[in-house]
Design a protein around this ligand. Structure first.
Ligand code: GLY
Length: 297
């Protein structure tokens, strides 16, 4: 049995369908998630991650990505990379071809180009239009950013195969119109992703500053290590965030977890969140609401 999870309705569907096609053709879990995230990154119509997503305050796309393998705890990540897609593939190469965990900004781009990735203009006509609109409304910046209906600018994926063996991966364009150089939780091992074959894997999406402060993914995995179910682990992380972090309720902060026994769960601090699952090709999308975690505070 192969189980794959993927965040947010539209980009998550593109990613999980591509991931399953890859898996069906015989890919290992690293390649399965790489292909899933690549499909979402390269879709110019998908205003979520990679090509054609929402830029920073300078009108430039700065992308972050990460991958972690639960067998060896190997991990690779890149952050604030301009003009390169798919960044998930660059993150994987950091993991597999360097002794490091993360490369940042211009030097991550240089590494990608050395590895054969071509520099690309990531701004589409639609992302330019959205940026111009944001510039025109800049004095209303806070309200405008928060008016984006959901922070679905991140796709985080978890995968499990018999063994059990797990891999986690994430790709994001980060917060819309962010300060240049800003990096959120997604490329941070322990915040945006974590995987350990002894226990399970977890991922995050949403307001990256708060998820990072919470070390959300690591915390969820450690809760499972102490015996919590994935749902209990996510509820605990989100409840603790709501109790200790005043900003955690401002926007959705999501943590989701997949245990080595194949069970999974998710929780969100505010609003609703959609999580795709794929069990040997059987696709489902479930909506999670903020109420459950708030109830156990
Ligand atoms: N969770 C994505 C970010 O805040 O960058």
């Amino acid at each position: 049995m192969t189980t794959i999870l993927s965040t947010w309705k539209e980009p998550g569907r593109v990613a999980i369908e591509a991931a399953w096609q890859s898996r069906k053709a015989g890919a290992d879990l690293r390649t399965t998630l790489e292909h899933g995230l690549t499909a979402a990154e390269l879709d110019p119509k998908m205003i979520a991650i990679g090509l054609g997503s929402i830029p920073n305050a300078d009108g430039e796309l700065e992308l972050d990505a990460s991958m972690m393998d639960g067998r060896t705890l190997e991990a690779g990540a890149v952050c604030a990379v301009r003009g390169i897609v798919p960044v998930i593939s660059v993150a994987r190469r950091v993991m597999e071809k360097t002794p490091h965990v993360m490369l940042a900004a211009d030097q991550a781009r240089r590494f990608a180009i050395e590895e054969g990735f071509g520099p690309t203009n990531l701004m589409t006509a639609e992302s330019c239009r959205l940026y111009s609109e944001w510039l025109a409304n800049r004095e209303l910046e806070k309200e405008y950013v928060h008016s984006l209906d959901k922070p679905s600018d991140t796709v985080t994926m978890l995968a499990l195969e018999d063994g059990p063996h797990l891999v986690a991966a994430s790709s994001t364009s980060g917060m819309a119109y962010k300060k240049p150089g800003r990096v959120g939780d997604s490329p941070i091992v322990g915040a945006g992703i974590y995987a350990d074959d002894e226990v399970g894997a977890a991922g995050a999406t949403g307001l990256g500053e708060e998820l990072w402060k919470a070390c959300a993914s690591f915390r969820a995995v450690e809760q499972m290590r102490r015996g919590a179910s994935p749902q209990e682990a996510c509820d605990e992380v989100v409840a603790q965030m709501l109790r200790r972090q005043p900003r955690a309720a401002e926007m959705p902060c999501v943590v989701f977890a997949l245990a080595r026994d194949g069970s999974w769960g998710a929780a969100v601090t505010n609003g609703t969140f959609e999580l795709w699952s794929c069990q040997d090709g059987q696709l489902d999308c479930r909506t999670y609401e903020a109420t459950q975690a708030a109830a156990i505070m």
